[in-house]
Design a protein around this ligand. Sequence first.
Ligand code: PGA
Length: 262
Amino acid sequence: MRRLLVAGNWKMNGSLSFTAELISGVAARASHAAGQNPPNYDILVCPPAPYLGLAVEQSNSQSVSIAVGAQNVSSHLKGAFTGETSLPMIADLGCEYVLLGHSERREYYQESDVLVAEKFSACRSFDSSLVPVLCVGESLEEREAGKTEIVVARQIQAVLGKVGIAGFKGAVIAYEPVWAIGTGKTASPEEAQLVHEFIRNLLRDHDAKVAEEIQLLYGGSVKPDNAEQLFAQTDIDGGLIGGASLDVESFAGICEAAQKLA
Ligand code: PGA
């Protein structure tokens, strides 16, 4: 059975004090819910870049393990790229994950499939222990036109074309329908499962083992009251949480749903 992963994407929210308090609050709740043993699922937080170092420090001093990830990274390793953050920098800070191709990056910063694939490829060749979380998902218009699978396949094929199926070993894919992000509308567990199954089958055509092992997260208005039903689906291995990851109570509630199922 695949381990569940509960990942918080803070987007451009937080502060020094928020970072410290959120991490210690979630750790305390997760430790309490798990009892004597360590939690039987993984927790990840993705704060804004300026707080990554503090987040790692804070996580290291908790009794449960909370991994830290960046929300974005440059495809270049160093040089004259004002305002960018590199893979060596986030690794230096102790990040274990990096989100790539989030729909807000694709939409507001014109990140193309090609650029996302370049970042993914750079991440894989830089350090195989740094886990890329490839975000994919269709817009409302695309869903209504019946193009969900075409869009998701295109976004994944762009990366497959660059790194091959071997590049997906140990990576994570987050399926986030754009119409469900921050809107309060969630894909039903069945709707989400269908797309997750489609993604796993697409990967299975290339390598059954990689497809079986890869964690596929669902994202888009996940809350404590819908997390359990979503995570209970065969091909959903946890969630990428935006709004609800900014509050100890709700993020811990989602973690508890994972704890129950795992
Ligand atoms: P949301 O965001 O949970 O606020 O819908 C999810 C995401 O964008 O990763």
